[in-house]
Design a protein around this ligand. Structure first.
Ligand code: 5AD
Ligand code: SF4
Length: 506
């Protein structure tokens, strides 16, 4: 059975609430396109696809799966749009700036398309991702050079949709289909997996039921849906077999995971992590992005019991003020958040945390903002992302009174970012002369150097042969420059879990 029927009605209802989606049915716009030559495999070599991802890791994963699904259709990936037969922009709608970026990118693609047409070559332009889902037909109105608009739940239909584009239709598919796209999307080839490196994302959960009042995700990605355990394990085994050493399980609300286990009962994320830790070849596990309300006992136990689960958790709080957390409909207060952090630290003393913050949410006073600054001090984050509140059409917060003036948002963002930078520098400084296991991912900028990541996602540069790429090796940090750490390989691996020393007052 597909995994969407339970929620499909709800999804359409939510989308209608925004008043901006393409509507429940697949819409065809009969706008004949000029028929130009599209090279076919076996005729003038493989066709080429260029996919540009904006936004979050979910989009990076989706872009890979689109490329994998197009590979058997004769499409090879290209890093440049100039020589592509198909350009896909995989878009993000989370903030206004992100959405507008797509239109400026489409301006550039239109110029390429026109230049190619003068040479008798056709570039097909597709818009995928959350802007596609949210704006649907509006994209074709604003950017007539677009041939295809495809929402995140329809990527498995790409070959069929492209066939319709080739027949001269402009196509929009923003449905939430009943079939499970993950059953139809193609798995990557060994070569594709290797080319993408030793660290891979695996989507385990999509969508969100939380409805924070500022956020478009529940509308663009729909209701929470979890993939079954067996399918995730098979995907991880396939990746491990091709040389992947680190897997990050991803989902908009990943710790709300409740996929069907082999025994037919819903499994928690903690249980899933425990199962995946057994996959041979996988040396490291991570997951993102988590919600504070779903930090439950089995997840804490996983951090206590699984050495391969990295002691780093991205746990967005958005604000340190209880008043603002209520207005955001976050469903947790400051104390609940601190309690989740304390429970994690109780299970594993070397846990480090990062967060997302929004400044200038409607009604945010200077006092509320100071509560955010003080939370930063109280938690002692390893790093954080911070954003100015951006009103998104169709979300409740966009209608709230007391929108904060732009200058106030900018000033608060500056102060917050400076505080985050100080925290991050202090965290990095505490890594000096310490030893960590580093997973080496790629060659460094200088000859003879390779770069890897610490358990805390810090980039670490060492002088070592490139044959060490893919290895997890013990490194002592010898130098720190801005956000890069430099180190030297140790002879023996780190085995003991040494906690990061606590920051004075942190
Ligand atoms: N304005 C600003 N930031 C936002 N985010 C989500 N929606 C908005 C918005 N409307 C931020 C949140 C979230 C991150 C992915 O993006 O901090 O955690
Ligand atoms: Fe958006 Fe809130 Fe869901 Fe995160 S938890 S995706 S911020 S609605």
């Amino acid at each position: 059975m597909g995994i969407y029927p339970r929620h499909s009605f709800l999804r359409q209802k939510r989308l209608r609430r925004t008043g901006r989606a393409g509507g429940p049915a697949q819409v065809q716009i009969h706008q004949p396109l000029q028929r130009l030559k599209v090279s076919k495999p076996g005729m003038s070599g493989a066709r080429k696809v260029h996919i540009k991802s904006f936004g979050c890791q979910m989009n990076v994963y989706d872009s890979h799966r689109m490329a994998d699904t197009l590979a058997p259709e004769g499409f090879a990936e290209t890093a440049t749009p100039e020589d592509a037969d198909l350009v896909i922009l995989n878009t993000c709608h989370i903030r206004e700036k992100a959405a507008e970026k797509v239109y400026s990118e489409l301006g550039r693609v239109r110029a390429l398309k026109q230049a190619a047409a003068r040479d008798g070559r056709r570039i097909v332009v597709a818009v995928a991702g959350c802007v596609a889902q949210a704006e649907g037909r509006e994209i074709l109105r604003r950017a007539p050079s677009v041939d295809l608009v495809v929402g995140p739940q329809s990527y498995h239909r790409l070959p069929a949709l492209l066939a319709r584009v080739e027949r001269g239709e402009a196509v929009i598919d923003t449905e939430f289909p009943v079939e499970d796209k993950f059953d139809i999307l193609k798995a990557p080839s060994r070569e594709a997996t290797r080319a993408r490196g030793v660290s891979a994302f695996v989507t385990v959960q999509e969508g969100c039921d939380k409805f924070c009042t500022f956020c478009v995700v529940p509308y663009t990605r729909g209701a929470e849906v979890s993939r079954p355990v067996a399918k995730i394990v098979a995907e991880v085994e396939h990746l491990a077999d091709a040389g992947v050493r680190e897997v990050t399980l991803i989902g908009q609300n990943v710790n709300a995971y409740h996929g069907e286990g082999p025994d037919g009962s819903p499994w928690t994320l903690g249980r899933l992590l425990e199962r995946i830790a057994d996959v041979r070849g996988i040396g490291r596990l991570r997951y993102t992005t988590s919600h504070p309300c779903d930090v439950e006992a089995s997840l804490i136990a996983a951090h206590r019991d699984l050495p391969s689960l990295m002691p780093h958790l991205h746990l967005p709080v958005q604000s340190g003020s209880d008043r603002i957390l209520v207005a955001m409909n976050r469903r947790h207060g400051r104390a609940d958040y601190l309690d989740a952090i304390a429970r994690m630290r109780g299970a594993r003393a070397d846990m480090a945390f990062s967060s997302d913050f929004i400044v200038g949410f409607p009604g945010e006073s200077e006092q509320d903002f100071r509560a955010t600054l003080s939370l930063l001090d109280e938690v002692g984050y390893a790093g954080a992302f911070s954003f100015k509140y951006s009103a998104r059409p169709g979300t409740p917060a966009a209608e709230m009174a007391d929108q904060v003036p732009e200058e106030v948002k900018s000033e608060r963002l500056q102060r917050l970012q400076a505080a985050i930078d100080r925290r991050q520098a202090a965290f990095n400084a505490r890594s000096l002369h310490r030893s960590f296991d580093i997973l080496f991912e790629k060659a460094g900028r200088r000859p003879g150097q390779i770069v890897g990541r610490s358990p805390y996602l810090q980039a670490v540069v060492v002088t070592a042969p490139s044959t060490a790429i893919g290895d997890i090796r013990s490194v002592t940090i010898t130098e720190i420059r801005t956000n890069s750490l430099f180190g030297a390989l140790n002879a023996t691996p780190v085995r003991a879990r040494e906690p990061m020393p606590a920051e004075a007052g942190g």
